[in-house]
Write a protein that binds this ligand. Structure first.
Ligand code: PLP
Length: 405
């Protein structure tokens, strides 16, 4: 079913403003998405009617907040097809989720062990593993990326050895939009008994996510990249893994019993949620994911794919253009460089014409360097972007190139 994009745009008041005297064309969705009124109203309602700390009080408001918080957990579990709500840990976002696993996992890592990542990881799914390797004198192995921006699966298989203790891979690349074959990757890793963490930051708003089908051991994402608020995200972990792992942080409701000599810890998922959680964030994340569900992720995907294909086709017709990332399967992201022009200069001129794109290495510096570059211009699409906006973006890019050349 085709989405009514004009109707959807009315849900996002920020889109109707002018920037530098021109209608805003927001193409920085991979960095963060805009928020619909439904999410903003949810936040207001929470602080107007429901605010209280959770899991702590017998009073009415505390019970309401706790109930809603746990309902949000249940909804998120259903949204990504987890087996049970206990497998959902609320975090600050993808970066915290990966740091969490890379920290508590250290007891399973020894000298000479190996962790396998890919050449297209965001720094958030690279640096935590690299630092863990430094601490433990382990080795970080990197699966290469081909010219099209796809993982070399043959190399992947060879890199997983008897020393491998973890595979960490992006579901979708934030620089190129490549959709990685995560089901195949988990099958390869599991054949050798290795767990897999999938960084879902760029997938959650664009693709159906089914952690059971994927059979990943961990899945991380942030609400703000899926029309939800900043400061809240998720770490999904298979129950058997979460039970095996020690707490990440200490304090608050993550305990069972505390004495000066000893502390025993709470059950899942509370064992991993130290301190007052972002209750409002969890509720607003639920609203954002419900928004996606209501529009249907398959409809969203189709619309974004069509706009992406349209914009890519037109961009490639401009002189001296090089698209970075032309994988067979990709979504929502169009990265490019223009011959002889610094991405920053192009991005600045586009901003003057009301167009928000990102320039630079997009927190994936090794990947950008692999293509012999220091940065790209990245246009990234969301549910509300239109073909007309793609035209404006292409026209403005052409104009900027003429000015800069
Ligand atoms: N992983 C990927 C692939 C990303 O694109 C991002 C953000 O751009 C992150 C991780 C980090 O997400 P956050 O800053 O929400 O923690």
């Amino acid at each position: 079913m085709a989405l009514n994009i004009q109707q959807i745009r009315k849900d996002f008041p920020v889109l109707s403003q002018k920037v530098n005297g021109k209608p805003l064309v927001y193409l920085d969705n991979a960095a963060t998405t805009q928020k619909p009124v439904q999410v903003m109203e949810r936040i207001t309602r929470y602080y107007s009617e429901e605010n209280s700390n959770v899991h702590r009080g017998v009073h009415h408001l505390s019970q309401v907040a706790t109930e809603k918080f746990e309902e949000a957990r249940k909804y998120v579990a259903g949204f990504i097809h987890a087996n049970k709500p206990e497998e959902i840990v609320f975090t600050r976002g993808t970066t915290e989720s990966v740091n969490f696993v890379a920290t508590v996992f250290q007891q399973f890592i020894g000298e000479g062990d190996e962790i396998v990542i890919t050449a297209m990881e965001h720094h958030s799914n690279l640096v935590p593993w690299q630092q863990l390797c430094h601490r433990k004198k382990a080795k970080l192995k990197v699966v290469p990326v081909n010219e099209k921006g796809e993982l070399e699966l043959g190399a992947f298989e060879k890199l997983i050895t008897s020393k491998t203790k973890m595979v960490a891979v992006a579901h979708v690349s934030n620089v190129m939009g490549t959709i990685n074959p995560v089901e195949k990757i988990t099958a390869l890793a599991h054949k050798k008994g290795v767990p897999v963490l999938v960084d879902g930051a760029q997938a959650i708003a664009h693709l159906p996510v089914d952690v059971r089908k994927m059979d990943c051991d961990f899945y991380a994402f942030s609400a703000h990249k899926a029309y939800g608020p900043m400061g809240i995200g998720v770490l999904y972990g298979k129950e058997e893994w979460l039970n095996k792992l020690p707490p990440y942080q200490f304090g608050g409701e993550m305990v069972d019993h505390v004495s000066f000599e000893k502390t025993t810890f709470n059950v899942l998922p509370y064992k991993f949620e130290a301190g007052t959680p972002n209750v409002c964030g969890a509720l607003a994340m639920e609203t954002a994911l419900r928004y996606i569900e209501e529009k249907d992720i398959e409809n969203i995907r189709q619309h974004e794919d069509e706009v992406l294909e349209y914009a890519t086709g037109k961009l490639k017709k401009l002189p001296g253009m090089r698209v970075i990332g032309e994988a067979g399967k990709k979504t929502a992201v169009l990265s490019f460089v223009a011959d002889g022009i610094h991405p920053y200069d192009l991005g600045t001129l586009l901003d003057q014409m009301g167009i928000a794109v990102r320039t630079g290495h997009h927190c994936a510096q090794p990947l950008v360097e692999r293509f012999g570059l220091s940065g790209t211009v990245r246009a990234s699409f969301g549910i509300y972007n239109t073909f007309k906006e793609a035209d404006v973006f292409i026209g403005a890019t052409k104009q900027a190139l003429d000015m800069l050349r």
